[in-house]
Design a protein around this ligand. Sequence first.
Ligand SMILES: Cc1ncc(COP(=O)(O)O)c(C=O)c1O
Length: 370
Amino acid sequence: MSASTPIYVTQPDLPPLETFLPYLQQIWDSRALTNGASFHRRFEQALSEYLGVPHVSLFTNGTLALVTALQSLRVAGEVITTPYSFVATAHSLMWNGIKPVFADIDPVTLNIDPAKIEALITPQTTAIMPVHCYGTPCDVDAIQRIADDYNLKVIYDAAHAFGIRRQDGGSVLTHGDLSVLSFHATKVFNTFEGGAIISPDARSKQRIDHLKNFGFVNETTVVATGINGKMSEFNAALGLLQLQHVGHAIERRAEVERHYREHLADVPGLAMLQEPAGVTRNHSYFPVMVGPGFPLSRDALYQRLRDAGILARRYFYPLISEFSMYRGLPSARPDLLPVAHEAARQVLCLPIYPALTQADQDRVIGLIRG
Ligand SMILES: Cc1ncc(COP(=O)(O)O)c(C=O)c1O
């Protein structure tokens, strides 16, 4: 790409348009556009096989899936969550009238620190909502132990965790009571907009499927105050096709990450996240931490890249706990969240996507190296 074309932090991966046209033709021929038609059923099945999970419920987006996951488990009161995430994590609680309680994060994984959870539990606490941030798995065993001890539900915001597996082959999405994926355009796997809830058994899936369809169980019976969260046939057909390409896309991302790691390892004051051991990753983000030993502040580096047309992003800055609707909460006090604040001050996510050329990547590296 020419030096004047901006390089974004990500670029959606799309299949060749001509391969999608036969799918569109089928939708046009059938006139079945939504309401759990053929592509919806096929994509749910194919996705549960690809991910190695028992049950998938497709949604219009990850945020409505989060809202519905909380509804389906009748979560109320207070939920312990992380401030170091995209704002939809906490917004999904607020949309259910639930009070978010922020716990600090682990300095290595940047996920919720299980050691900080117990002290925040009150009689009103009903659940924990951790995030597998950047696709790094949370300490799922420690979180489950706390949940078992205090009889709490666990709902994973797994928006970044598409396809993450442990070395034994098991999906990370089978932990907790439910896991929620996002297929937004910026994600490793996209259906333009989309999302899903992974549930462990057919009964949970059935309740979720009713909730995403206004609460209808049949033509005349409504059993819950459901919402319209249904994925359309257009998005489901695209998802079915995208599944054929996502493996290659993840391989390409892995190459981009390797190149960054090789060429940024010796930069003073710049730290990369540890690669989590024993998991197959999706390389969805490439965050670097710009520490005091780096010649520029994080924001000065962000600006240097921007001035050169490279739109790196400060995910996650500001913290969720700093936004106006959250900062008055007792758990949002900055002195209680020192690790999250330091990460938010230092983080910069560099461009990573399958179509990123080595020449463009070398420009990014060159600008960082000064
Ligand atoms: C951690 C996290 N949670 C939730 C969401 C919301 O997903 P969606 O955009 O599909 O509504 C996103 C991304 O957009 C996210 O990164």
